[in-house]
Design a protein around this ligand. Sequence first.
Ligand SMILES: [Zn+2]
Length: 111
Amino acid sequence: MKKNSYSCICGNTINTANFNDGVTPFMIHCNVCGGSARSHFFSVNQNLKPDLYWFSPSDKQLKKQVVWELSFCDAKDVMSAKEAYKLNKKHVGQGGLVLAPDIKTIKEWGL
Ligand SMILES: [Zn+2]
């Protein structure tokens, strides 16, 4: 799995792994300060232990994913699950991947 890291100016770094192939954004929400964490464009130690996984969701998985993502980013007051679903659905339709906390959860979301 391809590894990447996203760093925020608050000092937080989020390590990710690509469970599927696809497009990942160059910025993600920092789960510590709510700011923007920027991609290292895969120029990181590939032995990193991932905090989060990028995957290509089914529609069923995406509905559960957005609820988790809003809670993870503490963005429940910023955006509704319906709005987040619309945004992520568009992103996925363009070949984009979305985040999950671990591979076990990706499988559970698909059940
Ligand atoms: Zn931050």
